[in-house]
Design a protein around this ligand. Structure first.
Ligand code: DAH
Length: 347
C-alpha cells in the first residue's frame, strides 16, 4: 500500500542521524539526493500518485506533503549540525594550555629536615644514615645506657626480637644509634649529621606520636670543647629561627653525654616577652646535647684520651611546630590536603 510506504519513509527520516558520520557534509548530500533528488524517493512517489484512485488522493496527497516537509526539515537540521561542527573546529585555540594537573609539594617535615641539614652542611657536617631496625648494642649498650634504664623498657621500645640469651632487636628509639655506627667505622675527625625516622611505643596524641623524626649531630676530633658545642648551637639557632634568637643551656642528663645540657631558644613568637606558646617563660625547649661520654668513645674504639667530641639531637616535628606554629603532631601524618597545602610555597 502506498500510504504505508509513505508513513515508513517519514519514520525513517525522523530517525535519521549523521552524528556518527565521519564526513557529515557528504552524508547530508546523499540524504538529499535520496529523498529530494530528481530520481529520488519523493519524486518517484509523486509519479505513483498520478495513478491513485480519486477517493484516496486527498489522504495520500497530504501524506506525501508531510513526507516532503519532513525531508526538508531534516536536511535543514543536518546542515545546522555540519555548520556547528566546522565552527567548533575552526575556533579551537591550539595554544590553549591543557588541563591543569596538580603537582605535589614537599611535606613540611621534609622541608624542615632539609633546612637543618643545609645549615649544618654549611659548617662541614655530612649526612650519615643507618638502619631503622637496630640491635641493643647500637641503640643502648654502646651509648652507655645502664641495664635497667627505663628507655629499654617495653613501654618505650618496639621490640622486634626479645629472646632470652639473644641480643635484643628493636625499632630505633633515637638516631643516636647512628653515632655508634659512624664512630665504629670511621676515624676522627668525624663531623656528621644523621636525620631519620624513630619509633616509640607511645599513645598517639597532640603531643606524642609513635613515629617521629630526629636529627642527630656528632663532632669528634682532638680538643673539641664545650665552647665549640655552644658556638655551633648559637649558629644553628640563629640560622633556623632568625638573627635575633638567643640561646640558653640548662644542665641535664643523658647516658651518652657528660656533661649534658638542654638548649632553649628565646621564644620566636613573642621575642622573649612571654606568650601562650612559651607558656609565659619567654623560652622554648629545642634540643638535647652534651660532650660525648668517654665511655661511648671507648665502646666505639676511639681513644678518649686523644679525642673528645660533642653530640646533639633534636626532634624535627618539634622544630616545625615552633617554626610554623603547628599545634597538633597528628596533623603531620594524616595527609589532609588542607594542612599540607599551607606549606606549598616552601621549597
Ligand atoms: N637521643 C636523645 C633523645 O632521643 C636526644 C639527644 C640528646 C641526642 C642529647 C644527643 C644528645 O646526641 O647529646 O631524646
Amino acid at each position: 500500500m502506498l500510504i504505508n510506504q509513505i508513513e515508513d519513509f517519514i519514520r525513517d527520516i525522523q530517525l535519521a542521524s549523521i552524528e556518527k558520520s565521519k564526513d557529515k557534509a557528504a552524508e547530508v548530500e546523499q540524504f538529499r539526493i535520496k529523498y529530494l533528488g530528481k530520481k529520488g524517493v519523493i519524486s518517484d512517489l509523486f509519479e505513483q500518485f498520478k495513478s491513485v484512485p480519486n477517493e484516496q488522493k486527498k489522504e495520500i496527497g497530504q501524506a506525501l506533503n508531510r513526507l516532503k516537509t519532513a525531508a526538508q526539515a531534516k536536511i535543514e537540521e543536518f546542515k545546522q549540525n555540519v555548520e556547528n561542527t566546522t565552527q567548533q573546529s575552526s575556533s579551537m585555540d591550539l595554544t590553549m594550555p591543557t588541563d591543569y594537573s596538580e603537582i605535589g609539594s614537599r611535606h613540611v617535615l621534609s622541608v624542615v629536615m632539609n633546612e637543618i641539614i643545609e645549615i649544618f652542611s654549611r659548617i662541614g657536617f655530612t649526612v650519615a644514615e643507618s638502619v631503622e631496625i637496630e640491635d641493643d648494642w647500637h641503640l643502648f649498650s654502646a651509648l652507655n645506657f645502664p641495664h635497667d634504664h627505663p628507655a629499654r623498657d617495653m613501654q618505650d621500645t618496639f621490640f622486634v626480637e626479645k629472646e632470652e640469651g639473644k641480643q635484643e632487636v628493636a625499632l630505633r628509639t633515637h638516631t643516636s644509634s647512628v653515632q655508634v655506627r659512624v664512630m665504629e667505622n670511621n676515624k676522627p675527625p668525624i663531623r656528621i649529621i644523621a636525620p631519620g625516622r624513630v619509633f616509640r611505643n607511645e599513645a598517639i596524641s597532640a603531643r606524642a606520636h609513635c613515629i617521629f623524626h630526629q636529627v642527630e649531630a656528632l663532632y669528634v676530633d682532638k680538643k673539641v670543647s664545650f665552647a665549640d658545642l655552644k658556638q655551633t648551637l648559637l649558629y644553628f639557632a640563629k640560622e633556623m629561627f632568625g638573627e635575633k634568637t638567643q640561646i640558653r643551656l640548662r644542665p641535664s642528663y643523658f647516658p651518652f653525654t657528660e656533661p649534658s645540657a638542654e638548649m632553649d631558644i628565646s621564644c620566636n613568637i613573642c621575642g622573649g616577652k612571654g606568650c601562650n606558646i612559651c607558656k609565659g617563660t619567654g623560652w622554648l625547649e629545642i634540643l638535647g646535647c652534651g660532650m660525648v661520654d668517654p665511655n661511648v668513645l671507648e665502646s666505639c674504639g676511639i681513644d678518649s684520651k686523644e679525642y673528645s667530641g660533642f653530640a646533639l639531637g633534636m626532634g624535627v616535628e618539634r622544630m616545625a611546630m615552633l617554626k610554623y606554629q603547628i599545634r597538633d603532631l597528628r596533623l603531620y601524618f594524616e595527609n589532609d590536603l588542607r594542612f599540607l597545602r599551607q606549606f606549598d610555597a616552601l621549597v
